[in-house]
Design a protein around this ligand. Structure first.
Ligand code: TF8
Length: 335
């Protein structure tokens, strides 16, 4: 224990000298891709990250940010990071499940009741363990950002009860848990990259989708979707990723710049996202969306149906990790 304390103190001392290590920071150009537009919460937090890296590296490390999936969808960017063709990105943990199965934990319907629980679990031992699993696949996860609690929109009818979902062609993320969840609820679920979603809604290739209020607003889905049902069916994290090939070539000082900047962007992003979410619903109403909340009975029916999905997530991630996550959630809940 004492040894550990000493070691930690030494690390902190080293890191805080900062400028003494300036020679360990080389000029670097880092391409950072993300899927939403510049005006979104994702775009704003990326800007904070860019500025902080500039500041902490004394202008040597330059982040070039590419929004609106201009470097590709989440899945394409992940592959580019693994191959070393791109350095960094931020995107949904849900699209990582094909690479790191443990990420499916965050797709558990109704896992978190509020953002505080999510922060405690994601930033705590379970979230850290799941994040570390990426390394054997060629990715380094620095921090989790908040995407948010997901809600349902569609163009067919107001969803007041479970049966209203029947036959609605619903875009889901490229992830089996989401596919399963919405099939279980009776929708005709179709996986599609986010970058193709707006036009799929516009051309009526799909009837609906589900995302947090912020994204429905920043991606202007209100222009092509009439009905919004407040379901809060799952909390989605985003994760800031670095190509492991790139990361392994960085000096400790350079790694520290990226990590500290990522942490700063996370703290900014969570607050900004929550502030915006609090106002977004009124904005969406103002834009003409017809908004309804499920009755407690219908919400409970939806929850009941979705608990079936839990068993398959638990089987996929392993019972130990599943139980550890459940215990961490109850602890965060004060139980
Ligand atoms: C989705 C996600 C997206 C994110 C974003 C592109 O529906 O919620 O918002 O993956 O990074 O695909």
């Amino acid at each position: 224990m004492q040894r550990r304390t000493l070691l930690t103190a030494a690390v902190i001392a080293t890191l805080s000298i900062g400028s003494a290590f300036a020679q360990d920071i080389k000029p670097r150009l880092i391409r950072f891709g993300y899927g939403l537009n510049e005006q979104s919460n994702q775009g704003r937090a990326t800007k904070v990250f860019v500025d902080e890296v500039d500041k902490l590296s004394g202008g040597k490390m330059k982040i070039r940010a590419f929004g609106a999936a201009s470097l590709g969808s989440d899945v394409q960017m992940q592959q580019a990071l693994i191959g070393g063709a791109q350095e960094m990105m931020v995107g949904s943990t849900a699209t990582l499940v094909g690479i790191t199965k443990e990420m499916a934990l965050w797709d558990t319907p109704f896992l978190f009741n509020n953002a505080k629980e999510a922060d405690v679990v994601l930033d705590g031992p379970v979230g850290t363990k799941v994040r570390a699993k990426l390394e054997e696949k060629g990715l380094v996860g620095l921090v989790y950002w908040e995407n948010g609690f997901r809600n349902l929109t569609n163009n067919t009818r107001a969803v007041n009860k479970l049966e209203d979902l029947n036959g609605i062609k619903l875009r889901v993320m490229q992830n089996n848990v989401f596919l399963d969840s919405f099939k279980t609820l009776g929708a005709n679920a179709v996986p599609l990259p986010f970058s193709e979603l707006f036009s799929a809604l516009e051309t009526k290739a799909v009837d609906g989708q589900e995302n947090p209020f912020n994204t429905i607003l920043s991606s202007k889905f209100y222009e092509v979707q009439k009905y919004l049902t407040i379901t809060n069916h799952v909390y989605s994290p985003w994760i800031v990723l670095v190509s492991k090939k790139f990361w392994d070539g960085l000096s400790p000082a350079e790694k520290n710049v990226l990590l500290k900047s990522a942490e700063k962007s996370r703290d900014f992003e969570r607050k900004d996202t929550r502030d915006e979410a609090a106002k977004a619903l009124a904005d969406l109403k103002g834009k003409g969306m017809q908004i309804n909340e499920l009755s407690p009975t219908e919400a409970a029916r939806m929850r009941d149906k979705l608990t079936r999905v839990n068993a398959s997530i638990a089987a996929n991630v392993g019972m130990d990790l599943w139980n550890e996550t459940q215990a961490a959630v109850s602890k965060a809940r004060g139980g």
